[in-house]
Design a binder for this molecule. Structure first.
Ligand code: CIR
Length: 262
């Protein structure tokens, strides 16, 4: 068994990214690319085999590959992103994933961004957000339920995606910003709250045991470290200006053997 991470180079047009809750600020492209490369190196350092897709010069948000698909053990679900500008991102991600999983492709009128899907075991919590519709949640349920997944819609307010408000950080533990999502939404999971001074700190990316975590949020990092977690800090300040976070920049999944299947 090995672990793949699909990433995509930062687009030269990232300055034209979608923004919902943030004001536009200048993005230093060279710095964004350096931060993204450090992110890829961290994934590789934790044992992931990288599949790096080439830059899409005319797709500003295409570095955020998480939104284009949900990779389950049995199937890769190709989403229909909520922002029309992002829909052309999915074809190349689907093509890459087709080497590893059968594909299931969402169709109109469903909309769903992968950033709205938090997986905990065989349960998928799906944010009902400005990007993900009830039809999108129903479509995901239609694909995933036959494989034994329970799919629960979770209202999200004040942020872009469910994964802005909550991420699974290993075992049955979820890191939550309770201002943006009900901390009781995750069944019997153990809830760790972010430090209230760091509202964007709920997006963490566990890779096996270690957890990639933004360097900008030391108070929440201390909370995670106090629980015995191995926290790997990363500076993603330029990507954060595009309303992106750590999980958004990769699709991480297990594969049997060491490379693409037939
Ligand atoms: C967008 O608004 O779609 C991008 N600027 C940011 C997407 C971040 N993706 C994610 O949180 N999964």
């Amino acid at each position: 068994m090995s672990r793949m991470a699909v990433t995509r180079a930062v687009s030269r047009s990232i300055a034209r990214c979608e923004l919902t809750h943030l004001a536009r600020q200048p993005i230093d492209l060279a710095r964004a690319r350096a931060q993204h490369e450090a992110y890829e190196e961290a994934l590789a350092g934790l044992g992931c085999t990288l599949l790096r897709l080439p830059e899409e010069a005319d797709l500003p948000d295409s570095v955020f590959v998480e939104d284009a698909a949900i990779v389950l053990d049995e199937v890769a679900v190709v989403t229909r992103p909520g922002a029309p500008s992002r829909r052309p991102e999915t074809a190349s991600v689907a093509d890459a994933l087709s080497a590893f999983r059968p594909l299931a492709v969402m169709a109109a009128p469903a909309t769903l961004d992968g950033g709205d899907v938090v997986r905990m075991g065989r349960t998928l919590y799906v944010g009902l957000s400005s990007r993900t519709s009830e039809a999108g949640i129903a479509a995901l349920r239609g694909i995933a339920a036959p494989f034994g997944y329970a799919v629960h819609g979770v209202p999200v307010t004040g942020c872009l995606h469910l994964k802005s408000a909550a991420t699974a950080i290993g075992g049955d533990t979820v890191l939550v910003n309770p201002d943006w999502v009900d901390r009781g939404a995750f069944g019997a999971a153990t809830v760790v709250e972010i430090d209230p001074a760091e509202p964007f700190a709920a997006n963490a990316l566990p890779i096996g045991g270690p957890v990639l975590f933004p360097a900008a949020f030391p108070r929440t990092r201390d909370r995670l470290a106090a629980r015995g977690l191995d926290v790997v800090p990363l500076d993603i300040s330029e990507l954060a200006k595009a309303e992106g976070a750590l999980t958004c920049c990769s699709l991480v999944f297990e594969v049997s053997g060491s490379g693409p299947g037939p």
